[in-house]
Design a protein around this ligand. Sequence first.
Ligand SMILES: Nc1ccn([C@@H]2O[C@H](COP(=O)(O)OP(=O)(O)OP(=O)(O)O)[C@@H](O)[C@H]2O)c(=O)n1
Ligand SMILES: C[C@](O)(CO)[C@H](O)COP(=O)(O)O
Length: 232
Amino acid sequence: MPSASSSFQPRFAIIVAGGSGTRMGTDRPKQFLDLLGEPVLLHTLRRFAVPGLGIKRLVVVLPADQVATWEVLCAQYPAVPPHELVSGGTTRWASVKQGLAQLGHETAGTVAVHDGVRPLTPERVIEATYEAAHNHGAAVAAVVPKDSVRNLSQQGSYALNRSRLRLVQTPQCFELSLLRRAYQLPELNTFTDDASVVEDLHPIHIVEGDYRNLKITTPEDMLLAEALLRTE
Ligand SMILES: Nc1ccn([C@@H]2O[C@H](COP(=O)(O)OP(=O)(O)OP(=O)(O)O)[C@@H](O)[C@H]2O)c(=O)n1
Ligand SMILES: C[C@](O)(CO)[C@H](O)COP(=O)(O)O
């Protein structure tokens, strides 16, 4: 169950799966690809449907032309977690905005935004990110880079101090009214995630993520996900 400090704050989750997966290059969207017997997105939903997390509503954002396909797909699997379907937009930002609109009548709570293509997120990371958002207003899961990092410059490139860098994952959790305010501002082409949408309004707290929490983006990520899932 959510810890005592957050027990009076309802939890919501918006799972964004409205993308087309151009970098994956498959015919069907990567969120529908089979991962050891179930679609990637179904694995992701199951991670959030764990009773101990106490999530009140699970909203799934899909490409408008894939909603019917998803409903047919879901009918083929047992015990699909209850979820609400919403059509997305042409950018991740627009899809999150649609997901937030679905929560329009909720007055308070903590909301997680999570990529539908992160099917391996440990429960510990989800719980810690909700809890940190409850305490700090805004929290994202992130990990330390394992490789050295260089910044490209006109002269060539220079090394960055990686001890001060973090690779940001999802979930990204926020106090509901804060996320709503942030998503009322105009969309910028510098937005890559929800933290970048919120950060001008509120500081972002970093929670320890997990290297297993990979985002399925290119074909080799499916092989990695399969291998990791087999160890669970
Ligand atoms: N218009 C969009 C674009 C992305 N997403 C979601 O945001 C997450 C992260 O995006 P990404 O990995 O970039 O997915 P795609 O946009 O599908 O991939 P690509 O950039 O390769 O086309 C994914 O779960 C994706 O479905 C979304 O809901 N709506
Ligand atoms: C939200 C995200 O997964 C955090 O790392 C990432 O920014 C999504 O980026 P993408 O280019 O849409 O895959």
